[in-house]
Design a protein around this ligand. Structure first.
Ligand code: GLU
Length: 485
């Protein structure tokens, strides 16, 4: 039945039977949707909250668009887009989310993640530290061991661009391939004009390069000028909010792209990356960002903020006007608004802090409604409704106000088919007592439901009190065995 329903859903949404093939590819997504098993169950509500935050943030007018190269200066200060992608591939976009812009420093965490994935944590950190620098991102400075402070400052990113074990000629294509996979094959481009401009105006980065060379920060035989060139190329890689949000979601999802299901980065590479984004990702605002927002993020001079809510979603905010330290004014504001509304701050208490919304939870209201509907289906002996609840991952052993289960109700009413479904298929515990101390068998006896009595007696004989029943376990996966016919 679910297969048919899912098929119908897909045909309906695509408007054509010729699109039936897409069901196969999306069967996981569709099944999850049908069962409301997404990380954010009420996605529509969540998306409308995001839209509100977007419009509140749009009013923020301060800041200046970076103008050290014409390719950045050309952007209107009014541009503003937010895209998000959850770890199970739900998407939402609002504003200017289809316009390409350069990643600039947002490429640094991605470059670092690829390097760790390819050559390992130990090797990368032989050359680069893990400590916030407390200095500007393009400072000519090293830590006590004469290493760049971390991979999120220019010196660190320049050294890392010499660590990949691919030839100079192949390096760029190699990383582009990686980035495309991280973005689920969505838009990843390259602005040659930006690359040329970065090079022409990159005196500070050349100075950093020579300083790194003098201090022997590169591996032996590394070509410093080639590393710098590669760094400028990386900064000039383009994404849109949409594709960038998939990149962030791959980081949120431990290195598996939620769109393609492909593991692109190791869990270790992603964990390292998120840790460093958390402590060093937002220029000289990193400490405050960690304090107020409590999420890993990286910003760039193009006005992009790559934000990760680990295990939930990736977000790409983009608006060109920058504040004094180089972060997007609207980007920062949006992140702050996001964690004021939702309990996404790393140190928000998920169990007792009721002031913020937790979009990961089904609301109590929804749960109560479901219990009423479940009882009603049992009361009227509606087996297909019961089957629908089971397929939507509901706990079929759920109790109402009087501690009565659907099995009590169906037994009292003498609905044999419903009783068989609740016991044999859903494995509801027949030993549960309601507030008057009665089991479903007591109810069936009281109302003289002979056929139900024999079904329940047999079921209780097969499953004595200590057996594991569905309602005794939080693990809804048992329902995967529900018969679909
Ligand atoms: N291309 C810029 C630089 O290296 C990147 C700046 C940034 O986004 O932080 O100076």
């Amino acid at each position: 039945m679910i297969a048919v329903a899912v098929l119908t859903l897909a045909c309906y949404s695509s408007g054509s039977l010729s699109h039936v093939w897409c069901v196969g590819a999306n069967i996981l997504l569709l099944t999850q949707a049908f069962r409301r098993k997404f990380i954010i169950p009420d996605f529509e509500e969540f998306a409308s909250n995001i839209d509100q935050l977007y419009y509140i943030t749009q009013r923020q007018e301060g800041g200046y668009v970076a103008d050290y190269i014409p390719q950045l200066a050309k952007f209107s200060p009014d541009l503003w887009g937010v895209s998000l992608c959850t770890v199970d591939g739900q998407r939402h976009s609002v504003g200017d989310t289809k316009i390409p812009f350069c990643l600039q420093s947002c490429v640094k965490p991605l470059e670092y993640a690829i390097a760790v994935h390819e050559v390992g944590t130990e090797h990368v950190h032989r050359y680069v530290g893990k400590e916030p620098s407390g200095l500007k991102f393009n400072q000519l400075s090293l830590d006590e061991e004469d290493k760049p402070h971390n991979p999120m400052v220019n010196a660190g990113a320049i050294v890392i661009s010499s660590l990949l074990k691919v030839s100079k000629a192949e390096r760029f294509d190699y990383v582009m391939e990686y980035l495309k996979k991280i973005a689920g094959n969505e838009y990843v481009g390259f602005s040659n004009a930006t690359f040329q401009s970065e090079k022409e105006t990159g005196d500070r980065n050349f100075a950093i390069g020579y300083y790194l060379k003098e201090k022997k920060c590169f591996p032996e035989n590394a070509d410093m000028i080639a590393a710098l060139d590669f760094y400028f190329q990386l900064c000039s890689i383009e994404v849109t909010c949409d594709s960038g949000s998939v990149m962030a979601a791959t980081l949120a999802n431990g290195g598996i792209c939620p769109i393609t299901g492909e593991r692109v980065l190791s869990a270790e590479a992603v964990r390292n990356t998120l840790s460093l984004m958390h402590s060093c990702g937002m220029y000289d605002f990193s400490g405050q960002f960690a304090f107020h927002v409590g999420l890993p993020a990286k910003s760039g001079v193009s006005g992009a903020v790559l934000l990760v809510v680990p295990n939930v979603m990736g977000v790409l905010c983009w608006s060109p006007p920058l504040d004094r330290v180089g972060n997007s004014v609207r980007g920062i504001h949006f992140c702050q608004e996001l964690v004021s509304l939702f309990n996404f701050h790393n140190y928000d208490n998920l169990r007792h802090f009721a002031k913020k919304l937790d979009p990961r939870r089904q609301s109590l209201d929804d749960r109560n409604k479901s219990v009423v509907n479940l009882m009603f289906a049992a009361y009227s002996g509606d087996v297909s409704a019961l089957r629908r609840f089971a397929l939507s991952a509901m706990d079929m052993g759920e109790k109402d106000y009087d501690s009565r289960t659907a099995l009590h109700v169906a037994s009292a009413e003498g609905h044999v088919e419903a009783v068989i479904f609740l016991t044999e298929t859903c494995k509801v515990n027949p030993h549960v007592k309601d507030r008057w101390g009665n089991t479903p068998l007591d109810d069936a006896s009281q109302f003289g439901r002979d056929r139900v009595i024999s079904v329940l007696t047999e079921y209780q004989r097969m499953y004595p009190k200590q057996s594991g029943f569905q309602s005794d376990s939080e693990d809804q996966r048992k329902l995967d065995t529900v018969k679909l016919g």
